[in-house]
Design a protein around this ligand. Structure first.
Ligand SMILES: Cc1cc2nc3c(=O)[nH]c(=O)nc-3n(C[C@H](O)[C@H](O)[C@H](O)COP(=O)(O)OP(=O)(O)OC[C@H]3O[C@@H](n4cnc5c(N)ncnc54)[C@H](O)[C@@H]3O)c2cc1C
Length: 407
């Protein structure tokens, strides 16, 4: 089965330009050591290199290639975005964690012109790391139950509360956070959406040691004073504003995944070259079946992501499409974990020279895929959204505006 896309001559010319730039700029100094399996183990020096590289990409307009140039993007078409992403993947380099992708669509749709210049532009140029601070101990799937409070005080808001499962390694510049501004208003009409500078007095961030590879952070706000300038949209419009972020988080913007997914390709190669009882693992029909399914499912998810990417960048309105991408991705991830173990055996989880597989990557992959059910809305939540979007639920719902509709 051939899942390869074809490219025009002009696209291949652009690829040459990108490849040359990436070859020159994405090679990181050897003295920083090998990139760790878990991004949580990334040294500060390596992270700083990643941040610097983000800025270089941003200066070229290749960090967020399809966003408008006037706000720090590249003003490029979706096909060029795909080529940039493919070329970046060819050269292994440290990536500094950031969730600008979530804050940016909301800022683009609901931010004032001044906020787009002050906040969106540095984000898209790779100069500002944003973490998404939505979830709270009492509000995950039911995000409308958020309790973190913002109390107005003159031109400022005083923020108090707790967020959990937030961010990644090292530190953010800003936190993109919905917060309750009116406790007397009904659900969905009681939130404001803020881009909160992370270094304000009254904000503390601590590590949460989870089964997933990178760990997450709990963020506590104890009377943090935030200027009104950081409120995006109206004071009680936050629910609507964050829908633009969630639309992208659920997959509405699409994804560009490689045909040769590293864990799938690694497992295929491993099965071909590893002998058990004198024959390669790949000669066993049961293992062949697991491997073929693994390859096909990964590529089906990849193509759904590409379709959404094309729709998003060509202003084709989506309905169920984002959550379909998320749902298929989550199922694919969970099933791939089972298939890998079925094919390689439980000892593949070890780094034993004879019985282990892929230098610990299988064990890492198992833990990571467990978390993928929950991050960015669970499987059940994606099903609820799809039901609402295709009209088989109690309520009918439309896709939220994102950059496609904005411009
Ligand atoms: C790896 C990882 C990364 C994350 N990163 C971030 C981040 O960067 N920023 C951030 O803000 N949050 C982040 N999260 C939090 C994530 O968004 C929440 O875990 C998620 O929204 C689910 O919330 P919860 O954990 O409170 O589970 P709950 O909402 O308590 O759900 C528990 C179970 O009940 C089911 N359930 C809940 N409601 C319904 C319903 N109505 N119908 C059917 N079933 C239902 C769920 O599907 C789930 O199986 C991350 C989580 C993980 C695991």
């Amino acid at each position: 089965m051939d899942f390869k896309p074809e490219y025009t001559k002009e696209q291949e010319e652009f690829r040459k330009e990108v490849r040359a730039w990436v070859e020159e700029n994405a090679r990181y100094p050897e003295e920083l050591g090998p990139i760790p399996l878990s991004s949580g183990d990334m040294s500060r020096e390596m992270w700083l290199w990643g941040r610097d590289f983000q800025r270089k990409l941003g200066a070229k307009g290749w960090y967020y290639p399809t966003y408008p140039k006037e706000y720090g993007g590249g003003g490029l078409s979706g096909d060029k975005d795909i080529i940039i992403k493919e070329e970046l993947r060819r050269v292994e380099h440290p990536v500094a964690y950031s969730m600008v992708s979530m804050a940016a669509p909301a800022l683009l749709v609901y931010g004032t012109e001044e906020q787009k210049q002050r906040l969106l532009k540095p984000m898209l140029r790779g100069e500002m790391v944003a973490w998404q601070a939505f979830t709270e101990p009492g509000a995950g799937s039911d995000l409308a139950s958020l309790q973190t409070r913002a109390v107005r005080d003159g031109d400022d808001f005083i923020i108090t509360g707790e967020k959990c499962f937030i961010g990644g390694h090292h530190e953010p510049d800003v936190l993109w956070a919905p917060v309750m501004t009116d406790p007397d208003a009904p659900r969905h009409m009681n939130l404001g959406a803020f881009v909160i500078p992370a270094n304000l007095p009254g904000i503390s961030i601590r590590f949460q040691n989870l089964v997933i590879r990178e760990g997450k952070r709990a963020v506590t706000f104890e009377g943090a004073r935030v200027s009104r300038e950081y409120l995006v949209g109206g004071e009680t419009q936050g629910w609507r504003v964050i829908q633009s972020s969630l639309e992208i988080e659920h997959g509405g913007g699409g994804s560009v995944l490689p045909e040769d997914d590293p864990i799938v390709t690694g497992a295929l190669e491993f099965c071909k070259k590893t002998l058990r009882n004198g024959v390669p693992l790949s000669s066993d029909p049961a293992i062949q079946k697991e491997m073929v399914d693994l390859y096909i499912e990964a590529n089906v998810h990849r193509l759904i992501g590409m379709r959404n990417h094309w729709m998003h960048n060509n202003n084709v309105p989506g309905t169920y499409h984002g959550s379909q991408n998320s749902l298929v991705g989550k199922y694919t991830a969970l099933r791939s974990a089972v298939k890998l173990l079925n094919a390689l055996g439980p000892f593949a989880l070890t780094v034993d020279p004879k019985w282990g597989a892929l230098e610990g990557k299988v064990e890492d992959h198992q833990r990571h895929t467990l978390g993928s059910d929950h991050r960015g809305g669970t499987i059940d939540v994606q099903k609820v959204i799809i039901a609402r979007r295709i009209g088989i639920s109690r309520t009918r719902e439309r896709a939220a505006p994102t950059r496609a509709q904005a411009g």
